[in-house]
Design a protein around this ligand. Structure first.
Ligand code: FES
Ligand code: FES
Length: 165
């Protein structure tokens, strides 16, 4: 009989310490959804192409379908649902809602995490830079314009946006 080896890991997920056994090939995305009940990370493709699984691992924005759960051992993971007290995440969420940048919502948690990471690195971006930064996050609903508007408004405020219009 063949026994499948499991890997023991300890991961801090949205502030909670979690110990678990995972298969060596299990993705961080599957681990979070199946073992941790963290379902704001979505599986749109499982191949690194859509960005719906985007989260923060050890301070870096990553696509969790491309990371093994075992690679998160000893590290901190933050998804959107854990960032409810994060001021930048809150401002982005509010701006997405006000600009109509959310329709079905499937892409939204990953999009917000990507936008937050981008604005932390580049607080005064051009619109082209916003588009480029979010190019790894696909949205089937909004046509992207409203998403770019929402991120722009967080960077510069609604007054600057009205001047531009
Ligand atoms: S599910 Fe990870 S990039 Fe699509
Ligand atoms: S709001 Fe539906 S995929 Fe983006």
């Amino acid at each position: 009989m063949e026994f499948k080896q499991q890997v023991a890991i300890k991961v801090t997920v949205n502030g909670a310490d979690i110990r678990a056994a995972v298969a060596p090939e299990e993705s961080l995305l599957d681990f979070l959804r199946k073992q941790c009940g963290v379902t704001d990370v979505k599986c749109g493709c499982g191949m690194g192409e859509c960005g719906t699984c985007t989260l923060v691992l050890a301070g870096k924005v990553v696509k969790s379908c491309l990371v093994l759960a075992a690679q998160a051992d000893g590290r901190e993971v933050w998804t959107l649902q854990g960032l409810e007290r994060d001021p930048l995440a809150a401002r982005l969420q509010d701006s997405f809602a006000r600009h109509g940048a959310v329709q079905c919502g499937f892409c939204t948690p990953g999009m917000l995490i990507a936008a937050r990471g981008f604005l932390q690195r580049s607080p005064q971006p051009t619109r082209a830079e916003i588009r480029e930064a979010l190019s790894g996050n696909l949205c089937r609903c909004t046509g992207y314009q409203k998403i770019v508007d929402a991120v722009w408004a967080v960077a510069y405020g609604d007054a600057a946006e009205q001047e531009r219009a």
